[in-house]
Structures are given as structure tokens and as C-alpha cells.
Design a protein around this ligand. Sequence first.
Ligand code: UN1
Length: 503
Amino acid sequence: MTKISDLLKKFDLTGDKGGLEVFSPIDGSLIGKLEMNTAKDVDGSVKKAEAAFDIWKKTPPPIRGELVRLLGEELRKAKDDLGALVTAECGKIASEGLGEVQEMIDICDFAVGLSRQLYGLTIASERPGHHMREVWHPAGTVAVISAFNFPVAVWSWNAAIAFVCGDPVIWKPSEKTPFTALACQVVFERALKRFRDAGHDAPEGLLSVLIGAKDVGEALVNDERVPLVSATGSVPMGRAVAQDVAKRLGRSLLELGGNNAMIVTPAADLDMAMRAILFSAVGTAGQRCTSLRRLIVHKDIADDLVEKLSKSYGSLRIGDPLDKDTLVGPLIDDEACKAMQHSIETAKSQGGELICGGERAKDGTPDGGHYMKPAIIKMPKQDEIVCHETFAPILYVMTYSELDEAIEMNNAVPQGLSSCIFTTDIREAELFLSSVGSDCGIANVNIGPSGAEIGGAFGGEKETGGGRESGSDAWKFYMRRQTQTINYSKELPLAQGVKFDVE
Ligand code: UN1
């Protein structure tokens, strides 16, 4: 493995001084130390962003897209190093670290195309000699608050889109993963340099990264000069952000908790379902917003499926995420391991039967890391603990008799991010996707709930926060809509036939 200090050097980072100590979840070793920003630094970043906005909003969108194209190229060059740094800092396995950087490259490609497609409508006017149209203008500074589990991709979903929309970005990453954020800033600066060398005007302050604690986030959220706050994280954090931003009538884009289910019907291809369950429940050590947390299985096939699953869980390779055979890396920190154990105890006290896992994984795992054996728990019914999102690999299994009941269970949690059904019966699949089916932002058939592509809008309903990031028309969040009416006649007719003739 490349030493972490060598990896940091590739991004001209040293991490040798400051009050914030960052540890690797792989073995608890110190990655480095960093100076922390405080709320006082927010003003400077916002001023720089506003100055950047003055130039950037005048830059034609396809030229803005050129910067994002270069960012995509620089990310391609940096993919191996950045992917390895993601693994070192947040613990996801090497292939998923690389996958996360690929997700960044994909959104850059998407945004480059988008830079020529920021389309508005033309609208029929009721008045003769008039036309109406809808134009999308840049919104202004976007604050991005991101979580540890997708330390770089979620930023890029926001930033690539914001940049082509004409908006500067101020990024507050998780304090658990600041080095990957600083590495992204370096990659961005490489793209900026090439952009400037080609003769384009790229303002300072287009991207600021603030490494800080809650006070920095709060200052951004409360700053009236920041029209959009895009935040990913816990429900309590999102609730606070939404309320504070609403107080000043700003706009928030929230991607909060998920509690994602899979319904497995008697018509399912069980081998496929098994593979999908394994990736989505134990992949990323259960630390995706989209991780599978609830398995809702038809009662006639449940025992068989759970038995097979528990066998597969027994042979999962848990350990150093840089080892190419590892499938389950560490949780982010010791607190996360304790939260997992606490939820398992609570589930047991609520009638749950622990089928497997749930203890610390010691054999073959690096000392000092935070490794847990993924757990399966059979629950008599779905309430309390099952409705709560624990950010760890715990899979609750419940059974159902009729599909309507299974769909009701899918929807009976406070969160509404992702969902899926495994079936080969088209009636079952279409019912699940219909208006009386899944109530989530993402609904899949014969695919697990995690691992979405960037082309779709990503996000969910209810406590998930209602935001949509990434593909489709999520870009509209980053712009302000203007309805324009142009009169090319020599009359001044009023709408709705109103008469107002002055003598
Ligand atoms: C997250 O966990 O915050 O769909 C994002 C997925 C990934 C993104 C997850 N593309 O699982």
C-alpha cells in the first residue's frame, strides 16, 4: 500500500500542524493534523465567492462547462490516488473508493453536456404582439455541507452542476474526511490553471473549502448572502439547516437519512436477490444513505433465504479495505461500532432474533481499526428500532403474506430515500412502482436500493428531506427562474382583459 504520507504528497498536502487530528478507520493511525477554520472565516469566503460570482455569472455556460470538462480530465488522472485517499480516510474498499471518483468523473461529463442545455420554455402569451419565455439565471453562492461516507462524490454532484449553472461553491466537508476535500481542491486548482492558461477568466473564490466544526456550518447556513445550502447528513442536522435557512427565506437542498427496504416476492429470482442483498446491506460496511436496512420477504421463502444469507455472511471477507479480497472494511470510528451494538441490543429487547454477526471482527483485521461483523436480525414486526436508521451493517428481516402489506411496510418508516422489489411478476413490479406503491425518491426493480447512477435525480421524501441532487433536472435548484414577457407591438394591452385607459 502507498503510505498515506506519500498519498498526501501527491496532492501537495502535508497535514503536519493544527488542532484537528484525523485518524484512519483502517487501523486508527494518524493521517495528519489540520488547522480548523472557524465561523469568522465564513465572511471572507463568502466575500470571495461573491466577487467570483460577478465574473462567473457573465461567463457563457459552455465556457463554464469547459472548466468542468478540465476538472473531469484532472479527476481521471488523479483517480487512483484520490480513490486510495478516500479508502484511507473513510475506509471503503479500494474498488468503492475508485467507484466514488468515477462517480465524480461521470457527473462532470453530465455537467459539461448540461452547460449547453440549460433550457427554458417559451410560453404562449394571451396578448397580441407579445411573447413569454422562461430563462434560468445563476442563483449565487452555494454552500455544500457533506458527510464522511461519500466524502468526494456528493461534493462533485453539487459543484459540477453549480459551476456550469454559474454559481461559486463554499464547501464544508465532514471533519472526519477533510484531507479528501483538500485533495479535491487541489485537483480543481489544476483544472483552473489549465482553464486560465487557455485564456479564460477564472475568478478566485469559485471554490473555497472550509475545514471546521458545527460553527462553520451554522455561519454558512445563516448567511443571507448564500442563497442555496445543500446539506447531506443526519436528520437532526437537516432539520436544523432547513429551519435556519427558512428563517431567512433561503433555499435548502437536503439529502438526509434513509431506511431502505427490499421486498422479495415468491416470484423473485433468488440468486439475483441474494447478490443484491449482499452488496447493498454489507457493501460500504452499511454506511451508504442507500444501504439496505430492511428485508421484507414473503413468508413462504423467508426461512430458506435467511439461511442462505447467513451462510454467505459467514464467509464475508472482513478486513483491510486496501486488500483486494476484502468486501467489508471498517466503520468510520469507534462510536459507530458502539451505535451498531446498541441498536442490536435494542432490537433484541424488542423481540428480535440475532441470526448472525453483530460482534467486533478481530480475526484478520488490522489492530486499531473499527471492524464489525455485519448482522442479520429477524424481527417479529416493524416498529421502533427498525424505523430508526443505524449507520452500520444491520439487516432487519420481516415477513409478509400479501404484497399490499409488504408495500405498506416499505412505506411505514419516517425516511423515504430508496426502495426496491425483487420479482419476475410484472403485476407485482408495476404495483410497486405505481402511485400506490413505494413512497420513496428511488424505486428499483430487480436492483438493490444502493449504487444509483448519476443520470437520475438523487434524493428522497419525508425525513430524507425532499432534495434532489445530481442528474435529471436537479440543476434547476441551482438557478433562479425568471419569467420574461416581451411586447413587440405598438399597443399596451393588459392581461385578463383589464381596461385602464388614462385620458
Ligand atoms: C450517500 O450515501 O450519501 O446510490 C450517497 C448510491 C451512491 C450515492 C450514495 N451513488 O449508493
